[in-house]
Design a protein around this ligand. Structure first.
Ligand code: ADP
Ligand code: MG
Length: 499
């Protein structure tokens, strides 16, 4: 695990100058002692430095793509050989379309967990019906005990399973089967067991790391007297790949860009030295790259380094911290705060609320970037909320947009370079198998789905790297909720009953 250098100054709090006591204003808004601060030009300097340090010109992208390819090879060669864990998914066969029956899926992502049931009707009828529900995970459970978290989930699942009717039919005497999507790094030990390596994305639940997460869920389901069996433990990327492949045979890669990020792809078993010649019946398997841990050659700014140092996993998940939804807003917050502290981004008022970590969120950046009004009304109101009622003028709104753009541009472009890294690895191993024909990369996750600028930067980076001819063969496609259906499909593929 490589680590990035940490900086000696923290952007939060370092340059803040306390106001003189006689000018103390009310309710969380401080005045800045203007004479003591640097001039407005420091806002410009901070912006220019940010743009410079986060720049991703083509040579940087190429380096990142090549390093991704190399790290993939190193991770496949030996266990622990690279930042990328290249985890075996034990999914050696993708859904055929013949799957039939009622199956459940549970998706534990980052901010929410989702439960889903699907009635599958085989080749002709395909997906007859689906129903799903989403429950947000209370913050306190993200740092509670393992039992508390899994009891909460099993309870939600039991409530959902109680109301099963209409198009959904479980044959008499059959136990319900569920595909469990768990989007954290798991060392898979079989299709229905796996050890949690570490929590990511802000989770720090005690007592789960080092344990089989399927056992954790089974025990919680027993405590809830819920008669259900986990028949497949599925990483969310693997679920997305399976779900997308159900409809399209050309899907070879799946990428999630949500709270966190990860990617998986279809690999030949003979290209995995770590398997020492053990082949799957199909000759292929899905590899979960855990690419969030990638770190090679990523341009980092002082804001990234400070955020990393203050995170619960310093030095880890550097790719994730530069490209995924949990972090883009936080990086922007740190930049804007520094601009308020060292410059005069918000005039004489100090935006106290901006000192709170994660108070500016990626959806806020996205909403700001959709504002096409002349006076940037929406940007103004988002900043107003984020700063607890500090007004901004047009030029500071423009600066805020430039900050968002720099961070989102780097995120999208690096994600694109990562995708090319995977495609290029596959194409190098069997020439033309990827670049020479239609190949689909299935995308899912809230960041990808909702952020058009991010998507655009990502797509253009892929085109820049591949050139126009090859890019025509590479289809990057949103596969909405593919991972939920995918997990249910894999539960079907691995059902203990005849199929
Ligand atoms: P998870 O990754 O937790 O499984 P999602 O795939 O739904 O869940 O992604 C949620 C994440 O997507 C949020 O944490 C946020 O970072 C990002 N996101 C959600 N809505 C938006 C939006 N409108 N604009 C930009 N990013 C968004
Ligand atoms: Mg998810």
């Amino acid at each position: 695990m490589s680590s990035i250098p940490t900086t000696t100054t923290s952007s939060a709090g370092f340059f803040r100058i306390p106001p003189p006591p006689h000018r103390m204003p009310a309710a969380g808004v401080r005045m800045m002692a203007g004479a003591l601060r640097s001039s407005a030009s420091s806002v410009g300097t901070i912006l220019t430095n940010l743009q410079h340090e986060s720049a991703t010109p083509l040579p940087v992208l190429r380096h990142v793509a090549d390093a991704m390819t190399e790290d993939m090879r190193a991770g496949l060669a030996v266990e622990g050989g690279s930042d990328l864990k290249m985890i075996l998914s034990y999914v050696d066969a993708l859904p055929s379309g013949n799957e039939k029956g009622l199956f459940y899926a549970l998706d534990l992502g980052g901010t929410n967990f989702r439960v889903l049931r699907v009635q599958l009707g085989g080749k002709e009828e395909r997906v007859i019906a689906t129903e799903s529900e989403q429950v947000s995970i209370p913050k306190e459970l993200m740092s509670g005990t393992s039992e508390q978290l899994f009891d909460f989930i099993a309870n939600g699942l039991a409530t959902f399973a109680e109301v099963e009717g209409g198009n959904f039919r479980l044959p008499h005497g059959r136990q319900r089967e569920i595909g469990f999507t768990f989007s954290f790094p798991v060392m898979q030990t079989s299709i229905d067991s796996g050890i949690l390596m570490k929590w990511t994305k802000g989770f720090s639940v005690s007592g789960t790391a080092g344990r089989d997460v399927v056992a954790c869920l089974n025990e919680a389901m027993e405590r809830q007297a819920l008669d259900m069996r986990v028949s497949a433990l599925v990483n969310d990327t693997v679920g997305a790949l399976a779900g997308a492949r159900y409809w399209d045979d050309d899907v070879m890669v799946a990428v999630i860009l949500g709270t966190g990020t990860n990617a998986c792809y279809v690999e030949r078993t003979d290209a995995i030295p770590r398997l020492h010649g053990t082949m799957s019946a199909s000759g292929m398997t899905i590899i979960n790259t855990e690419w969030g841990a990638f770190s090679n050659g990523i341009p980092l700014t002082v804001f990234d380094k400070d955020m990393d140092a203050a995170s619960i996993n310093p030095g880890e998940q550097i790719f994730e911290k530069t490209i995924s939804g949990m972090y883009l807003g936080e990086i922007a917050r740190r930049v804007l705060l520094k601009m308020a502290e060292e410059g005069d981004l918000f005039g004489r008022r100090f935006p106290e609320k901006l000192t709170t970590p994660f108070s500016l969120r990626t959806p806020d950046l996205c909403a700001m970037q959709q504002d096409d009004s002349d006076d940037l009304q929406a940007v103004g109101s988002i900043l107003y909320n984020a700063t607890q009622k500090v007004e901004s003028n047009l030029s500071s709104r423009k600066v805020a947009l430039e900050v968002c753009d720099a961070i989102v541009k780097r995120g999208g472009r690096l994600a694109g370079a990562g995708i090319v890294g995977i495609l290029q690895k596959m194409d190098q191993d069997s020439k033309g198998s990827i670049y020479g024909k239609r190949t689909v990369v299935a995308m899912d996750g809230g960041l990808y789905e909702h952020y058009p600028q991010y998507r655009g930067y990502m797509q253009r980076a892929v085109e820049e790297l591949l050139g126009s001819e090859i890019s025509r063969n590479i289809v990057i496609e949103h596969s909405k909720d593919g991972s939920g259906i995918g997990a249910a499909l894999l539960a079907a593929t691995n059902s203990k009953y005849e199929h």
